[in-house]
Design a protein around this ligand. Structure first.
Ligand code: ZN
Ligand code: ZN
Ligand code: ZN
Length: 101
């Protein structure tokens, strides 16, 4: 199993949005799934989404770790090492979205 060397970039963050991808909300875009940067709290859309804001943010800001922002999911992805991690971070996103309870 591949190791991730970026765990020192995990911060105690507040999500930039509880509603969805911050950039898609601003531009009227659509997303499929959401990820949250665990370094700064930026919420962005996944690589299955048209705009892939989460991976763009990871590359642009050098913030390689993003945690799933989907209810019930608590894995974290490293965009540099291409590996999924289970790390203990606060998960405000575990709360179900309206209608998904
Ligand atoms: Zn890594
Ligand atoms: Zn987006
Ligand atoms: Zn970030």
């Amino acid at each position: 199993m591949a190791a991730c060397t970026h765990l020192d970039q995990v911060r105690d963050v507040t999500p930039s949005s509880m509603e969805g991808c911050s950039e898609c909300l601003a531009t009227g875009g659509q997303w499929v799934h959401l990820r949250m940067c665990v370094t700064c709290g930026r919420v962005g859309c996944c690589d299955s989404s048209p705009n892939r804001h989460a991976s763009k943010h990871a590359a642009a800001e050098d913030h390689p770790l993003a945690s799933s922002f989907e209810p019930g999911e608590d894995w974290t992805w490293c965009y540099v090492d291409d590996v999924a991690l289970m790390i203990d971070i606060p998960h405000p996103h575990r709360l179900p979205y309206p209608g998904e309870a």
